[in-house]
Design a binder for this molecule. Structure first.
Ligand code: ADP
Ligand code: XUL
Length: 514
């Protein structure tokens, strides 16, 4: 059996797969806001940070891992049967640790909690996460020093990426930066904890730092120098996801009943793991993930960069040496939740049946729903933008349609550089079960949408697959067993061609605000 963990923005989840019987043996999830309210992070991050800062407390992540493992054990899941573990973390989030981390993680006592033992090794109390947009100056500085950042690393200097975040920490807290001897991503922090020793960063998550040379999968000297002094000595090495780190730490053997032979493998980012879990790591399928962020991604044989600078190229966690493309839309689920709350709606008001009340194309009423700074396109916004109609006085049905059409016209507009012409769009993430969202995507892209047959998250299934592949299973076989897709969840409605016209009108709206 193989355990895959998914340490995402709002929760940590697990899926255990058994390739011999083609079954998902168990899955579970711990929601940070609901189950750890003492951290005051209802959506997984500390709200109202100054100047676009969005941080979270890594102690909360560790506590949630313990609740999750404890719950699996109490449900009677025999964790001693797990051969190997891998996982995936929300991308770009970083953890700053002192020299003390190495001995603390190697000598964890099962009598105490992870957070009790590891919090004293943090040199930065909180972790900047992917929603942070506070590093405009640092991005400009990196770009001025290394004008080729896009062609070297696969992305322009990007505010949420880890390099600019490290630079900000170095500039604002030089003494704490000096005390920092290891900088981990959320993913490599967790794989280090499970292994009881500092783990590598993989090429999927490592590419989201503006520090990695995509062509050689090594840290790039000019980018390191442009970011902060002595940075290379503080970064773990880069390796393919699923690299064996060590047998699992005795902490987990004693406390949760894992076998001491269980292998801990290196992790990747949530989007790269989702690519694997959707059965799409080896082909040109198009995935839209509707988690906290909305993302669009696809496997890519050769790195091709976005001329507009919004898209990214990451390493592919399965096909060694190949790549994946990714676009991230920060106003995803939280924007839908915001409209739902502002208008006192239910998710049923976003379902396909409710959308029947309004016409496809919304009579030309478009909206760019950027309640918080948007990454694609890059806009420092705190509100919605319309093409000259009064959003507030419109009916709730019109608002919902405008928001959903606006979100997915934005996705279609910004994905054109990838040149994908898929037969369908595969959907995943918490909001993918919503029929109105699936219908809108199907209409806007004018192809059917599908989902995975299994209910477990594609990120945790993908992570379990990474662990199984590292232990001799073939990805093709595992994808046939665990990544089967449903019949169509939606197909384009009559009149969906209207979105070709709406797309150019939407582009005009976006040009007026960028
Ligand atoms: P993450 O992995 O980023 O933590 P998830 O993939 O778990 O996020 O998705 C969580 C999001 O799913 C929530 O923010 C919520 O808005 C959204 N969601 C859950 N149920 C529905 C629904 N029925 N309709 C639309 N959105 C939903
Ligand atoms: C991707 C991104 C987000 C996070 C959280 O670049 O920033 O999708 O991975 O899911």
């Amino acid at each position: 059996m193989f355990l895959g963990l998914d340490a995402s923005t709002q929760s940590i989840s697990a899926a255990i797969i058994d390739p011999d019987t083609s079954t998902v043996i168990a899955s579970d999830s711990v929601n940070f806001g609901a189950e750890l309210p003492q951290y005051n992070a209802p959506s997984g991050f500390i709200p109202d940070g100054p100047d676009g800062e969005v941080h979270t407390d890594p102690s909360m992540w560790m506590d949630a891992l313990e609740i999750l493992l404890h719950r699996l054990k109490s449900k009677g899941v025999d964790l001693s049967k797990i051969t190997a573990i891998s996982g995936a973390g929300q991308q770009h989030a970083s953890v700053y640790l002192s020299e003390k981390f190495h001995s603390a993680v190697a000598n964890l006592s099962a009598d105490k909690s992870l957070s009790e033992q590891l919090v004293p090794t943090l040199t930065r109390a909180t972790s900047p996460i992917w929603m942070d947009s506070s590093t405009e100056a640092e991005c400009a500085e990196v770009t001025a020093s290394v004008p080729d950042t896009l062609s070297i690393s696969g992305s322009v200097a990007t505010m949420r990426f880890t390099g600019p975040q490290i630079r900000k920490f170095f500039k604002n807290s030089p003494d704490d930066y000096k005390q920092t001897t290891v900088i981990h991503l959320n993913s490599s922090f967790f794989s280090s904890i499970l292994a009881g020793k500092s783990s590598s960063i993989d090429t999927g998550d490592g590419a989201g730092m503006n520090l990695m040379d995509l062509a050689s999968s090594t840290w790039h000297k000019d980018l390191l120098d442009a970011t902060a002094p002595d940075l290379e000595s503080k970064l773990p090495p880069i390796e393919q996801a699923g690299t064996f780190v060590s047998n699992i730490s005795s902490y987990f053997v004693e406390k949760y009943g894992f076998s001491s032979d269980c292998k801990a493998h290196s992790w990747t980012g949530d989007n790269p793991a989702s690519l694997v879990g959707m059965g799409a790591a080896a082909s040109g399928k198009m995935i839209i993930s509707l988690g906290t962020s909305d993302t669009l991604f696809s496997a890519m044989p050769e790195p091709k960069t976005d001329p507009n600078g919004y898209g990214h190229v990451f390493g592919n966690p399965i096909e060694g040496g190949s790549y994946m493309s990714l676009l991230c839309f920060s106003n995803g689920s939280l924007a839908r939740e915001r409209l739902k709350k502002d208008c006192n709606l239910q998710w049923s008001d976003f379902e396909a049946e409710a959308l029947e009340q309004t016409p496809l194309g919304n009579d030309g009423k478009l909206v760019a729903p950027f309640y918080t700074p948007e990454t694609t396109p890059k806009v420092d916004s705190h509100n919605i933008h319309t093409n000259d109609w009064d959003f507030d006085s419109a009916s709730n049905n019109t608002k919902v349609r405008a928001l959903l059409e606006g979100q997915f016209l934005n996705v279609r507009l910004n994905s054109q550089w990838m040149g994908l012409t898929p037969d369908n769009v595969l959907l995943t993430g918490g909001a993918s079960k919503n029929s109105g969202i699936a219908q809108t995507i199907s209409n806007v892209f004018n192809v059917p949408t599908k989902r995975l047959t299994s209910d477990a998250s594609s990120v945790s299934i993908g992570s379990a697959i990474v662990a199984a592949v590292a232990n001799g299973h073939s990805y093709k076989d595992l994808a046939e067993k665990f990544c089967t897709t449903s019949a169509e969840t939606a197909s384009p409605q009559q009149g969906a061609e209207i979105y070709d016209t709406r797309l150019s009108e939407y582009e005009t709206l976006i040009k007026s605000i960028v």
